[in-house]
Ligand binder design. Structure first.
Ligand code: HEM
Length: 387
């Protein structure tokens, strides 16, 4: 079997998934855990209350205390309480209300394009979600570069496989910097509440013991982290898929009303989330394979989009595909809190590009991919654009 997390895997993980498909639940020595590649098995594991996301004891240094308090890494009853508070602040109407602002950011970013080579990632796919989440969290735009670095450091540890002491040390320093930064912001919001999501969470903290100061901080950082890379990569992967499939791109130009459906196909076909590491909270069985309490499960969400038992002709990229119940946003109680926001951002980015440019071409023959265990996305997507 081709290895996981090799250079070839990061360039194209799908042949490896294909090889694994015959054994949808399989022990992988290299990852010291079970790898689940089948749609049915991954869906069952995502929604199973016996599957744990908890990261062990909630004490230790600040980095550990923050990571174990993020809702993404908690189980009930903590998860239920944290998620309930976040749901209250992150309502669908709040996301809908952001659409005009998202469109304005896309327009501003695209207005800067001149006719020459332009990198989609640096020019749009990265700044868009970061600017949106920064506004939701009331972070001043002048400090964007600072919190980009801090949150990247923390993400590197949260998303990494294995333990690199130097990377951890850097993440700890950045966690302290983020903590100080948010502490000042929270004090300001306590004195002058506004209608942002962070202010909503601050209120929940102020109301009593339902949200502690460290939980508030941890989940604000979680939003900042989750709020960007995944969406950046989805925009990058999506534009690449459209460029590789000229007939589908032409169809989308002719029928822009297909954009929301096309975004789901992009997520299924080449999603930004590839793996989710969880553990068995109890003895489990998937596809007849027994898994012992405490063992690690790698849910290969990226593989599930190409499972022929779920999707007819899975290697065919069809922007009109329906139904399309991909697992990119997960399933069950941890279903992505930001799914509606991410969808709005990806849809608006694609709509802006297609409406703004008559010709969109790739200006390179070689795409370099990030080599991150759990995500998939291009480092740069150089484009030649014509209005
Ligand atoms: C294309 C973009 C995105 C993808 C593919 C994605 C994917 C996911 C997935 C698979 C999960 C569930 C993990 C699990 O079951 O353990 C998740 C959870 C989460 N996502 Fe997203 N996400 C995206 C964008 C966003 C955005 C924009 C935000 C916030 C602004 C966000 C915030 C969250 C949060 C807070 C959770 C934790 C929910 C919980 O534990 O209850 N995500 N996301």
């Amino acid at each position: 079997m081709s290895g996981f997390f090799t250079h070839e895997f990061f360039v194209d993980p799908y042949p490896t998934y294909e090889e694994l498909r015959g054994e949808p639940v399989r022990w992988e020595e290299e990852l010291e855990g079970w790898v689940l590649t089948g749609y049915a098995e991954v869906a069952a594991a995502l929604a199973d209350p016996r599957v744990s996301r908890g990261g062990g004891p909630q004490d230790g240094d600040l980095l550990r205390r923050l990571l174990t308090r993020m809702m993404l890494f908690t189980d009930p009853p903590d998860h239920t309480r944290l998620r309930g508070l976040a749901n209250r602040a992150f309502t669908p109407s709040r996301v809908e209300a952001l659409r005009p602002r998202i469109a304005a950011i896309v327009d501003e970013q695209l207005a800067e394009v001149d006719e020459g080579e332009w990198d989609l990632i640096e020019g749009l796919a990265y700044p868009l979600p970061v600017m949106v989440i920064a506004e939701i969290l009331s972070l001043p735009s002048a400090d964007r570069a600072l919190f980009r670095r801090w949150s990247d450091d923390v993400i590197a540890v949260a998303a990494g496989v294995g333990d690199d002491p130097e990377r951890r040390e850097r993440a700890l320093r950045s966690a302290h910097a983020l903590a100080d930064y948010f502490a000042a912001l929270v004090a300001e919001l306590k004195a002058h509440p506004n209608d942002t999501l962070l202010s909503g969470l601050v209120e929940a903290e102020t109301e009593g013991t339902r949200l502690t100061g460290e939980e508030l901080l941890a989940n604000a950082i979680l939003l900042l982290m989750n709020g960007h890379e995944t969406t950046t990569f989805a925009i990058g992967n999506g534009v690449l898929a459209l460029l590789e499939h000229g007939e589908q791109r032409a169809r989308l130009r002719d029928e822009p009303s297909l954009i929301p459906v096309a975004v789901e196909e992009i997520l299924r076909y080449d999603g930004s989330v590839q793996m989710r590491g969880v553990s068995a909270g109890d003895d489990l069985a998937f596809d007849g394979t027994e898994i012992r309490a405490g063992e690690t499960l790698w849910l290969a969400i990226g593989a599930t989009g190409r499972d022929p038992r779920q999707f007819p002709e899975p290697t065919y990229f069809d922007i009109g595909r329906s139904p399309n119940r991909h697992l990119q946003f997960g399933l069950g109680p941890h279903f992505c809190l930001g799914a509606a926001l991410a969808r709005a951002e990806i849809q608006t980015a694609l709509a802006g590009l297609l409406a703004g440019f008559r010709r969109i071409e790739l200006a390179t023959h070689e795409i370099r991919w990030h080599e991150i265990a759990v995500f998939r996305g291009p480092k740069a997507v150089p484009l030649a654009l014509r209005r």
